[in-house]
Design a protein around this ligand. Structure first.
Ligand SMILES: [Zn+2]
Length: 448
């Protein structure tokens, strides 16, 4: 294996195609602050200020709208290659754009698994063709996600996709010696191991959170300790070898405590929480509706409160959707047979507004940090997550903070329908998304 390059993946050239329209976004409120105009030209924010004159530019009246940097999702399942009946790169990135995302990291548990340079390059090319959001492939840690031997991490890092995030997500890298070797290996090129923290011996046959509700229903529970034990173990390993660990979808109050302890002792650990773990609780399982089956499972109200506090104080670095589309036959079945997972891309921002902004826990700058800047930094993704200012790439989401909408599963852009928010009213709505100065969404509608 040749030594991989230093540095992170490169976004496509920040300059848009010649002939691209200039845009003036007038009266928009960056981070919810004072209204201003933004001029988008050649893929970058070329100017900011009141009453910008730009002859020939298209104008978008954005009075009352809040502008944030384009969102970045560290944890998306696009299902292509292999399960195009559930999602494709095209439909998944359309859902992403409608949710305000300009970049997504595509998880490796496809068919075939993204464990070679060939497969990660295939996913990367599909993303470039779709053009609705940048797609950055995540590489598998182990061959076939089997947890037995390391995949070709260096070859994936050195490929055209320049992979920097590696994960067996869906499965835990349970073998501690293998996890240690993976952490050591990615240090050479500034990579990070993203762990799905679940001690498999403690969750055999588990159907939902282990607690009062699982006891009432008589179903096998998924104990918090199965997550917390792996996070503690991996934090110790990452500290020991001086490498970077990222913890996927943190779901328990105890996990937040362990992360706080690890960060205080200087371990290079980052963590994400999903929108659904910030809003929903395990009592939803009492109706046996598999839409609420997810891994890790929905937890208790005390866990939700601790996750919100951890996200607010920075113990948890970012929000990631774990967007997990499933075909009807895998989801519309009895609870025990249904696949775990929920759609997330089109509802994430609204759920974060409900759980974090309306509760006073985060302001708009805080949302931008946790849904754009931090995930871009954790994933070493150039060209995304920059602050809204002249010279920055023109990756933007414009949202109406004062509206609300009722989620209609049939009108979502995803190829699947497994949203846990069906018929629920959520606050705030994405009005427009710009990727390098070009609208991927206008007036709430995808442009491709
Ligand atoms: Zn996972």
């Amino acid at each position: 294996m040749s030594p991989p390059h230093e540095g992170g993946p490169q976004a496509p050239s920040p300059r848009a195609d010649p002939g691209t329209r200039d845009w003036v976004i007038s009266g928009v409120r960056p981070y919810g602050g004072a209204p201003t105009d933004l001029l988008l030209r050649d893929g970058v924010i070329a100017g900011a200020g009141r009453d910008l004159a730009a002859p020939g530019a298209s104008r978008l009246d954005a009075a009352g709208l809040v502008a944030l940097p384009g969102l970045v999702d560290l944890h998306t399942h696009l299902r292509e290659p292999g399960r195009e009946d559930a999602e494709t790169v095209q439909t998944g990135t359309r859902a992403a754009a409608l949710g305000g995302y300009t970049a997504v990291f595509a998880m490796a548990n496809t068919e075939p698994v993204a464990d070679t340079a060939g497969v990660v390059e295939q996913v990367w090319r599909l993303g470039r063709q779709a053009g609705l959001a940048d797609v950055q492939p995540v590489g598998a840690v182990t061959v076939g996600l089997a947890g037995e031997r390391l995949a070709e991490l260096g070859a994936m890092a050195d490929s055209a996709a320049r992979v920097r995030v590696f994960s067996d997500d869906g499965r835990c890298v349970a073998d501690p010696a293998l996890m240690r070797r993976a952490l050591e290996y990615v240090k050479a090129f500034g990579g990070v191991i993203a762990q799905h923290a679940e001690e498999p011996r403690l969750t055999e046959g588990a159907q939902l959170n282990e607690g009062v509700v699982s006891a009432q229903l008589g179903l096998v529970g998924w104990p918090a300790a199965a997550e917390e034990a792996i996070i503690a173990r991996d934090a110790l390993l990452a500290g020991h070898v001086g490498s970077r660990l990222h913890v996927c979808h943190v779901s328990t109050a105890g996990s937040v405590e362990i992360l706080r302890w690890a960060k205080a002792r200087g371990v290079r650990v980052t963590a994400e929480v999903t929108p659904h773990h910030l809003l929903l609780t395990d009592d939803l399982a009492t109706g046996y509706d598999p839409l609420f089956k997810v891994n890790p499972p929905l937890r208790t109200a005390d866990d939700v409160a601790a996750l919100r506090a951890g996200l607010a104080d920075g113990t948890i670095d970012c929000v990631a959707t774990d967007h997990a589309p499933h075909a009807m036959e895998d989801k519309e079945t009895e609870w025990g047979a249904a696949r775990p997972g929920m759609l997330g891309l089109e509802t994430a921002l609204s759920v974060v507004v409900e759980a974090m902004v309306h509760t006073g826990l985060l302001d708009w700058r805080g949302v931008a940090m946790r849904m754009s800047a931090a995930p871009a930094r954790i994933g070493s993704l150039a060209g995304h997550g920059a602050a809204i200012e002249p010279g920055a790439p023109a990756n933007l989401v414009l949202l109406d903070p004062d509206t609300s909408w009722t989620v209609d599963p049939g009108s979502l852009a995803s190829r699947s329908r497994n949203t846990p928010y069906a018929h629920r009213e959520l606050p705030a709505r994405v009005v427009a998304t710009f990727l390098r100065g070009e609208p991927t969404v206008l007036d709430g509608k995808a442009q491709r």
